[in-house]
Design a protein around this ligand. Sequence first.
Ligand SMILES: C[S@@+](CC[C@H](N)C(=O)[O-])C[C@H]1O[C@@H](n2cnc3c(N)ncnc32)[C@H](O)[C@@H]1O
Length: 280
Amino acid sequence: MFRWFKTQKKSLPPIEPLRSEDFTNATPIYHFFTDLTGIHFHQKEATTTPKLIRFAKGHNCFSFEELIEKLRADLSVREDLINLLTVNETYFFREKGQLDFLARRSRTLSTPLRILCAPGSTGEEAYSIAIILAEQGNALANIEIVSIDINTEATQRGRAGLYSKRALHRLPDEIKERYFLVDNDSYCVEESLKRCVRFSSCNIFEKEFVELGVFDIIFSRNMLIYFDPHTVEKAVQQLKKAARDDQSLFFFGHADLIVTPSVLEAHFEEGIKYYTLKKV
Ligand SMILES: C[S@@+](CC[C@H](N)C(=O)[O-])C[C@H]1O[C@@H](n2cnc3c(N)ncnc32)[C@H](O)[C@@H]1O
């Protein structure tokens, strides 16, 4: 007697076709990023594209087309890309001549002063202004400094107020002693400084920037260098909305402006260039 066994066929999972990667054309990503932030990459694409490929793969995208879809649909992916591609280099007492000039102009203030750092990156600029004004004998309670940046990690770090030795390399020892608590190699800004600086993650081209209100002093240093001339003009139109009136002072980084933007008037005093709104 024979018994016939039927060989049972095991059902195997369907074989997924291997997805091939295609990272040939990064141009749409650059356009998307420039439209969003104003930042141009010009000659830096050769070093930036490998970063973009790693970023895309890290977000499970097999092509730049897929990445662009994700960037359009998902705010957190957009935030990650901004945090990856923005250059947040800054340090305490950078371009200090302008800060000293401001301190001389605002010696012992009688009225409250609102100051904007747009962009403020990780906070060194805002805290430097607070230190310089305090050193002039101004009560910090009279001063409000708002530091904004499109990079959310930078503003978080500013809020924490914790810095490495490197960020403080321009500070004299007595300033470090007066305004920082030292813990091993970390320097934490003192509470009185923290109280007068407010951090906000925001893009100067978006409406939340205008909602910050108006300011007596506007610092916008070392951001416009990443924009093309048309975007510089657009950015300055935005910054104009943050001016309280035609007495408000604007300070830019030394390489930021090649020509004076149409809405501003340049002044040169005590070796320092600053701007006010052009009177109409
Ligand atoms: C090199 S840092 C300058 C920081 C500081 N002002 C200084 O001079 O040391 C430039 C900063 O501009 C910020 N940024 C670039 N585009 C921006 C935008 N559209 N809105 C707000 N911040 C922007 C970047 O995230 C970066 O932190």
